[in-house]
Structure formats: C-alpha cells, structure tokens
Design a protein around this ligand. Structure first.
Ligand SMILES: O=C(O)CCC(=O)C(=O)O
Ligand SMILES: [Fe+2]
Length: 404
C-alpha cells in the first residue's frame, strides 16, 4: 500500500516504511528485554515510565526521533492549529489469544483526552505472527496487514471504530502513541519529573544496568488471575524460548521469593555449558541476549576466544538450575506456547554462539553507556523546556531557548 489519505473527512492516514528496519529492530530489542505483563490477557507492554523506573532511562533515547517525526507528520496531516502533546508512548506486544473487538480509542471516560492515535508496526504479518489483522469498521482501508515500518494514524473518536483479529501464532509488536490537544495530559512532563528522581545523584556509569521491578510485574499467568496455577516469569521465559537457562550461584535453595531472585547475579547456561561471565541480574542477561539477537552478525568482528569462559555444568549446578526453573515457571510448555515464535530453526540458531554472546556483553555496554551519556547531556535542556526532544548538542548552554 502506498502513502494514502483514505477518507474525505481526513480522519485516517497510512504511511508505508515510516520507520527503518533497524529502528524496528532496536525497539524490538528494548521490548523483549524490558517488557512487563500488559493491561489485557496475553498482552505485554514496555512504557517509558517503566524503563525509567528500572534504571534504564537511557533506553528512552531511541524513542525520541520517532516520537518527533510522528508528531510532526500527524500535526501536518490533521492541520492542527496548535501543537499537540504526546499523551502516551508504549511498546505493546500481543501473543497467541490476544485480540480486541470494535472500539474507538477514546471509548472510556478516562480516555477522552486521546484525540489522535498512531500505531507503528514493528514486525510483519505472516512472517513473525499470524492473525492480528487490523480492521476499520467503515470506509477505506478496510483492513491493514501489519508490516514492519508501516504506520497508521487516525482520529481516536467514533469516526475510526476498529478491531484487531486474534493472534494465532507468534508475537505481534507495535509502538503505539496517543496525542492530545489538552496540554495537561502531556506525557513529557510526567516523564521529566520521573527522570528527575531517577537520574538525580547518578552518574553516567551508574544509570544503565537494569534493576528489575517487583516480581509480579513479570509474572504471566493463564487468564492473568493471580491465583492461577499455570504461570511463569516472562524474563526467564524469553530466555528459555531462545534455548537458555540461568544459574544463580548465590541462591541458597530455599529461597523462593521471585522478587529476591530477580536481583541476584546470574550466569547463562545452554545445555551442559555455562558461561563463566556474571551478569548483574536476569534482566542484564536478557538485555545482552536480545542485543545479540538484534546485532547478530555485526558483532562477528569483535568475537574473541571463549575457551576459558565456557565450563561444563556440574550435577549440583544442574539441580539448582532445575529448582530455579520450577520457581520461575510451573509449566515449561506453557511458556513456549505463549512466546512461540515463527522463526525457522536456522534463524533461531543465529541467536546463539558463546563468542557472539561475549562480544555482545561488551558491545551492549558501549551502546548503553553511549545512550546514558546522551540522556545526561540532554536532560538539563528537557527540564528547562519541559519537553523531551532531540537536543542539538552544539547548543552551548542549557539556558539557551532555541528549542529545535
Ligand atoms: O495494534 C493495533 O493495530 C491497534 C491496537 C488498538 O486498537 C488499541 O490498542 O487500541
Ligand atoms: Fe484501538
């Protein structure tokens, strides 16, 4: 589909290839290593406030140019006389069983401030998932088959009643934004206030190692009833579906409080091999593994010898690993069903090679440090302008007023 303004009353707009594939992959990396259980069954989300609260404020940086470009296009297309504010930005993924019936995005009293919606597709129907086709109830286009990089924008009111078919396989990923004409719903102001608390007293080097939130934010259970028998920790499950186990050397055995386990140092295990490289916690390991999935072959030139780093798992360790598995998941097949992916075996093995993982440890750190530096440099400007924007770093002084 080419770029089209479908409706005579200008209520919706479709732009193909709005995001580059690398932007899609970067947001996928952020989501798969940071998501929590979402607001509806079989839905997972990564909000900017959650990134900030888990010591990953630097991961807000990749969203900034995307938010700016979307807002500019939306204001231009809908000929907004006054600047809009972004009300919410979030990465949202839907796994098998998730769907949404006919609705408008402002259909609750507490959503009335939502005036416009933008949904950017980060992966592709038929390749990464099946089901999940988007439909408008009236008018054109009738349906949209998500394709990585495409975006649809529409008014959040009754002119755009829409639905999404149930996901039948894989995981469907989007970044969704809502915009408001009402300045009191500006997401930036809330985020800046959160950033003030979280970046305060921290230097660049202390502000990029992830700190998990409480265990129940990562606990997925069937139907998401908290008393449900079948459940698993989604950080563990996302490693597990890629073929990894984790080993916690400081686990005393009787320790079954999931929140406590999540903050302990871990090792990655694959089959009978353990990587003798300590990660500060499970989320650190998860970020590195997903960074490797994102960058893959681009890390090959940094690969080093792994001989001294890979050791055989002992029987005692094996027992601890399986005890931990049963705390973090009470049904392994269930986790594989929820995060079943449609990648071929060949593609999945691209996400594994110990030397690649070791290269990813260092490259991830460079990446995170670089973003951390950027957010520390830009934050003073954001505070002054009460707006999150891409600061031209040749601006000399934070008191300068020539924003954008
Ligand atoms: O992901 C989509 O295509 C639309 C999602 C949606 O309708 C919503 O979250 O309100
Ligand atoms: Fe919607």
């Amino acid at each position: 589909m080419s770029e089209v303004d479908f409706e005579p009353q200008h209520s919706r707009f479709f732009i193909p290839n709005f995001l580059s594939l690398d932007e899609c992959r970067e947001l996928e990396f952020i989501h798969k290593s940071s998501s929590t259980v979402g607001y509806r069954p079989n839905v997972f989300s990564s909000t900017l406030s959650h990134l900030i609260a888990t010591n990953s404020s630097h991961l807000v940086i990749p969203f900034i140019p995307i938010r700016e470009r979307l807002k500019d296009r939306l204001e231009e297309f809908f000929k907004c006389e006054y600047e809009l504010v972004i009300e919410f930005t979030g990465l949202i993924s839907w796994s098998k069983g998730a769907s949404i019936g006919w609705h408008s995005d402002d259909n609750r009293p507490y959503l009335k401030q939502r005036h416009f919606s933008a949904v950017c597709y980060l992966n592709t129907y038929g390749k990464d998932f099946s089901g999940g086709i988007f439909h408008f109830q009236d008018g054109e286009p009738k349906s949209i088959m998500p394709k990585a990089g495409d975006v649809v924008m529409y008014t959040a009111d009754h002119h755009n009643i829409h639905s999404v078919d149930e996901i039948t396989e894989g995981e469907r990923l989007t970044v969704a934004l809502w915009f408001s004409r009402d300045g009191s719903h500006d997401e930036d102001k809330k985020l800046i206030s959160l950033l003030s608390q979280h970046l305060l007293h921290k230097n660049v080097a202390d502000s990029y190692l992830p700190l998990p939130a409480s265990g129940n934010m990562y606990w997925f259970s069937h139907g998401q009833a908290s008393d449900c028998q079948f459940g698993f920790n989604i950080c563990w499950a996302r490693l597990h579906v890629l073929g990894y186990d984790i080993y916690i050397s400081q686990d005393s055995g009787g320790d079954s409080d999931v929140s406590d386990l999540l903050v302990k140092p871990v090792h990655l295990v694959r089959g009978s091999e353990l990587l003798d490289q300590e990660f500060v916690n499970i989320m650190h390991a998860l970020q590195v593994v997903h960074f490797y999935c994102w960058k893959g072959s681009a890390l090959l030139d940094k690969v080093s010898n792994t001989d001294s780093k890979v050791v055989k798992v002992t029987n005692v360790q094996r027992e601890k690993i399986s005890d931990l598995n049963s705390v973090l998941s009470n049904n392994e097949d269930f986790a594989s069903k929820v995060f079943c992916n449609m990648l071929s075996e060949e593609n999945r093995s691209i996400c594994f090679d110990w030397s690649g993982i070791l290269a990813a440890v260092a490259a991830w750190e460079d990446y995170a440090l670089n973003l951390s530096q950027k957010i520390h440099l830009q934050f003073p400007y954001w505070k002054i302008h009460e707006s999150i924007y891409n600061v031209q770093l040749d601006e000399q002084c934070p008191c300068s007023t020539n924003k954008r």
